[in-house]
Design a protein around this ligand. Structure first.
Ligand code: PGA
Length: 251
């Protein structure tokens, strides 16, 4: 009932020629697929080139971040309208690198999420605990806070355009993937938080992606868990064949 969604977060990688080559490679690998939604999230400077090369394909394009204003004196920032203008229909918000390196907190991320949705973008909203939080026993409290504060004020209709990405920080870019059971437990927990703070219909319909060292050879098992509805892939999304194999694992 929940269509799986596989997204590639290219992070701060690839200049135009390489990014377009990757998009073309994905087009060639994924010319025919159905039953799974596929999104790629290139760096903003190549977004429009990637979107052009994917035009006519079923692969959607996402920003990696955006600010909560349409335009103005916000040096270095990008608005949802600018992402849309460049060809994006999605954006990621709240990636742990934004939270940790750039100090983005739950209140700011909630503003960004609401503004991106109101601007007509769909959003992959990231949550996840650090190793310290997991080992210190505060994981549940952290995920609850990130969900309750991060999603505050969303309407039922807003939720149709939101996907939550559970990305344990200790698994991102480390090669240490969560076990399928760890992923399933965190996803089931998160879905229940949404149920208790919103309602059962929203919780049942909400897609929750797993992210953190997803690769072609571990994707099927992760995606086989009842509450894992997709993947947000970093390193392994930089290679067309590897990413296409992850998409196929979701079929
Ligand atoms: P990774 O990154 O797949 O390289 O661990 C995932 C992410 O940060 O979205």
């Amino acid at each position: 009932m929940r269509t799986p969604i596989i997204a590639g977060n290219w992070k701060m990688n690839k200049l135009t020629a390489d990014a377009v080559a990757l998009a073309e490679g994905l087009n060639a690998q994924l010319s025919e697929f159905s039953g799974v939604e596929v999104v790629v999230s290139p760096v903003a400077t190549v977004l429009s080139a990637v979107a052009s090369s994917l035009e006519g394909s079923a692969i959607e394009v996402s920003g990696q971040n955006c600010y909560h204003a349409e335009s103005g004196a916000y040096t270095g920032e990008l608005s949802p309208q600018m992402l849309k203008d460049a060809g994006a229909t999605w954006t990621i918000i709240g990636h742990s690198e934004r939270r940790q390196i750039f100090g983005e907190n739950d209140a700011l991320l909630n503003e960004k999420l609401k503004f991106a949705l109101a601007s007509g973008l769909k959003v992959m909203f990231c949550i996840g605990e650090t190793l310290e939080e997991r080992e210190g026993g505060t994981m549940g409290a952290v995920l609850t806070r990130q969900l309750v504060d991060g999603l505050a004020g969303l309407s039922d209709a807003d939720f149709e355009n939101v996907v939550v990405a559970y990305e344990p920080v200790w698994a991102i870019g480390t090669g240490v993937v969560a076990t399928p059971q760890q992923a399933e437990d965190a996803h089931a927990f998160s879905r229940n938080v949404v149920k208790e703070n919103f309602n059962a219909t929203i919780a049942d319909g909400l897609r929750i992606q797993y992210g953190g060292s997803v690769k072609a050879d571990n994707a099927a098992e992760l995606l086989g868990q009842a509450n894992v509805d997709g993947a947000l892939v970093g390193g392994a999304a930089l290679d067309a064949e590897g990413f296409a194999a992850i998409v196929r694992a979701a079929l």
